[in-house]
Design a protein around this ligand. Structure first.
Ligand code: SAM
Length: 358
């Protein structure tokens, strides 16, 4: 057997392949432990506490402050340091101590680039339950996995469960903060001359408030369902408008949709996009879409390809008809919705930015 790594062909013996298969299958079977233990570390507040200390923190100090069993905490830290999530170093008096790494800094509850809320959402019992219905979804097509688990779709569920709705909005906001920084740094040109921008399915307004801060000439309209808008915090330069994007979209010079279209099937996306075209000027208007593009950037880079394909599975488990799309699939829905042209711009994020013109 031959295997190519970075252009080097290596001969692999049959025994090696079998032991690699054993390792791979154990990793597959117990892969969930990483998310579960990371969730535990966030809930205990380990990243937050280490972050407030410049020096390595000993196990005793950490267990005392957090009120944990030292022996159980040691095992949690041993697992996470082995994965590079925390780092073990000696304290001043020679004890074993722990410090943050680049990964664990992303797990602070409210750090600038915090991804903690996303971990807490995806590891919640509500979001894990639909995975048990994935095979039924694939076999029968008509049974959406989230609805099979909870009796309604994710947005209806959020409407009647304020706690879960908060979990969703916080998670989306932390993802939005990371992606928006990449957009603001790399696509500033495109926002010149846009006087008003409607963020369709804008969640709690995090995205728009960042855009309006970076480009203060923009009047922001954050458009989402009533139960989302009613609890959205006040954001300077942004008005919150409630409604249903399948009925209509508020008028603006441009429309913005981030991580919205991947929640829906092609016909639903075409309907939303037609409503966006209705809302913007025919001659100077544009629609800015932020979504993953499979087989584009993420086709080339293995790690991003993996994330894109994982996201596609998340869409299958958590939405009725949602999916991640290739450049060809995006071209299809944009043309069907009535756009005359579009371009796809790669940014340093999982998503690309798609500019579409009526
Ligand atoms: C995946 S979230 C994306 C939120 C935000 N754009 C972001 O990236 O953080 C999808 C959003 O679409 C909203 N949404 C779902 N159905 C909607 C509808 N019919 N009309 C308006 N918004 C809707 C949800 O409430 C949610 O905030």
């Amino acid at each position: 057997m031959e295997q190519e790594t970075n252009g080097v062909v290596r001969l692999i013996h049959k025994g090696e392949e079998e032991s690699q298969a054993q390792e791979d299958i154990w990793n597959c079977i117990f892969g969930f432990t990483e998310m579960a233990v990371v969730k535990c570390a966030i809930e205990l507040g380990i990243p937050d506490f280490l972050d407030t200390h410049q020096q390595p923190v000993s196990l005793n100090k950490l267990s005392n402050v957090l009120g944990c069993s030292a022996s159980l905490l040691y095992r949690i830290l041993r697992f996470l340091t082995n994965r590079g999530i925390f780092k073990e170093v000696s304290t001043e008096n020679g004890e074993t101590g722990y410090v943050q790494t680049h990964v664990s800094r992303l797990l602070r509850r409210d750090g600038e680039n915090s991804m903690a809320a996303l971990v807490l959402l995806e590891s919640s019992p509500v979001m894990l339950a639909p995975w048990h219905y994935l095979s039924a979804r694939v076999a029968k097509e008509n049974t959406a996995a989230f609805s099979a688990a909870h009796g309604k779709d994710v947005w209806e569920y959020a409407k009647t469960n304020p706690e879960h709705s908060k979990l969703i909005n916080d998670a989306l906001a932390c993802h939005a903060r990371v992606t928006m920084r990449a957009i603001i740094d790399n696509c500033a040109e495109i926002f010149k001359g846009i006087e008003s921008l409607v963020d369709v399915g804008g969640g709690n307004g995090t995205t728009l408030s960042m855009l309006v801060k970076a480009f203060p000439w923009i009047k922001g309209i954050n458009f989402d369902l009533p139960h989302v808008v009613s609890v959205a915090p006040h954001c300077h330069g942004v008005v919150h408008v409630e409604g249903d994007m399948f009925d209509s979209v508020p008028n603006a010079h441009a429309a913005f949709l981030m991580s919205v279209l991947h929640d829906w099937g092609d016909d639903e996306c075409i309907q939303i996009l037609k409503n966006c075209i209705e809302a913007i000027p025919k001659d100077t208007g544009k629609v800015i879409i932020v979504e993953a593009v499979l087989e584009g950037k993420i086709g080339k880079e293995k790690s991003l390809k993996d994330v894109g394909l994982m996201l596609d599975m998340i869409m299958m488990a958590h939405t009725s008809n949602g999916k991640e799309r290739s450049a060809k699939e995006w071209a299809h829905i944009l043309t069907e919705a009535g756009f005359s042209r579009h371009s796809i711009v790669q940014i340093p994020a999982i998503e690309c930015v798609i500019f579409a013109y009526p």
